[in-house]
Ligand binder design. Structure first.
Ligand code: 1HN
Length: 353
């Protein structure tokens, strides 16, 4: 019963076909021919399990570095296109992801837009991004937020290339027809606050006495890896492993205890050497980026991804996933879970214990 489709298969007759053609001219269509595809018994997605090796992405990015500057491109990014959604600039049905390269001495000029962006630094360090008048230094493993309509520009004053993953809610904003964007007209925005200001102001389990939380985005815009990694390392001593996730934490907005961004959830998880998770599935298609370690993940019924440090892989909605770590492994991940939860659509299945 539960796996049965809503509606039945309708056979076509010449009379029906000619009726559909006639009403089509009046912008009308029968529901009974498409009901099965509209109301599916379980999520049915064009989004496919996918895997990008960092070595491939890095090589392509360095070639991109030879043919275009960050300034000319505005953002020198290679889009991670889900193989089931080619040409749509989507890594999942409602999320965008790309890998961005800023070479030493380059700038990516200031602009702002309605879309929320997350950055996850994959390789390099000592570059910076500025958000709303404050700079932060970007280091490997850092999770950095660009809130909606916040001016942002990036620069690399270090002596090595920096690569990071951009995750944006572009397809979601596109679906809602709510995109706005503008250029500042300058490479860099004016800096009005010292480096680290929002971290000390909002990231030390304290809030300014007259702080009035506004918007759905965390006021902390850089969650440094050093601190996240230290937390995971100290928690592992409790030896309290979740069978589905190992040790998995979510990044939090201190204003409200919710996710750090309104549209995207971010997580960091530790899988110790030799750990095998049990099978898990949830409605939020998830993008994983291992930042340490090596292992494999079984996705759905027929895909195995052998992942290493800095690879990227996708688990589509409602696909079972199971991870196995060959070394101590740390996996960053993000998804559209806040939207599922806000709309009471979130479901998860932790399997049978
Ligand atoms: C954007 O603003 C950035 O600021 C990166 O680094 C990727 C992809 C589409 C639209 C805006 C950035 C982007 C983007």
């Amino acid at each position: 019963m539960s796996n049965q489709s809503v509606g039945t298969t309708i056979s076509e007759t010449p009379e029906r076909e000619s009726f559909y053609a006639r009403i089509g001219q009046k912008n009308l269509a029968p529901l009974w021919t498409s009901l099965n595809d509209l109301i599916t018994p379980e999520p049915r997605s064009k989004c496919m399990p996918a895997h990008w090796r960092f070595s491939d992405v890095r090589a392509a990015m360095m070639e991109a570095g030879d043919i275009i500057t960050a300034k000319e491109a505005e953002r020198r990014v290679l889009v991670l296109e889900n193989p089931g959604l080619r040409g749509e600039s989507k890594i999942t049905t409602d999320l965008y992801a790309g890998v961005q390269l800023v070479l030493p001495g380059e700038v990516a000029p200031a602009h702002r837009h309605a879309q929320t962006a997350l950055r996850f630094v994959m390789e390099g360090g000592g570059a910076h991004t500025s958000v709303n008048g404050e700079r932060t230094i970007m280091n490997e493993g850092d999770f950095i937020i660009t809130p909606p309509m916040a001016w942002h520009d990036h620069g690399n004053e270090s002596d090595r290339p920096i690569f990071w993953l951009d995750g944006l809610d572009i397809p979601m904003v596109q679906f809602l027809d709510a995109s706005f964007a503008e250029h500042l007209g300058e490479d860099e925005q004016p800096i009005t606050r010292p480096v680290g200001d929002s971290d000390v102001r909002y990231g030390a389990n304290l809030l300014p006495i007259d702080h009035r939380p506004g918007g759905g985005t965390s006021p902390i815009f850089n969650y440094p890896y050093a601190r996240t990694r230290e937390a995971l390392e100290r928690m592992r001593r409790a030896n309290a492993w979740d069978p589905c996730h190992g040790l998995k934490m979510r990044y939090v907005n201190p204003n409200n205890g919710k996710y750090a961004m309104a549209t995207m959830a971010t997580f960091m998880q530790l899988l110790p050497q030799g750990f095998s998770t049990t099978s898990y599935r949830s409605t939020d298609a998830t993008v994983f980026v291992p930042i340490e370690g090596r292992g494999r993940s079984w996705i759905g019924s027929d895909v195995v991804v052998e992942w290493g440090k800095r690879d990227i892989f996708v688990v589509p909605s409602w696909h079972h996933v199971r991870h196995e770590a060959d070394e101590d492994s740390v996996l960053f991940s993000f998804s559209d879970r806040p939207v599922h939860e806000a709309l009471y659509l979130f479901r998860e299945d932790r399997g049978v214990a």
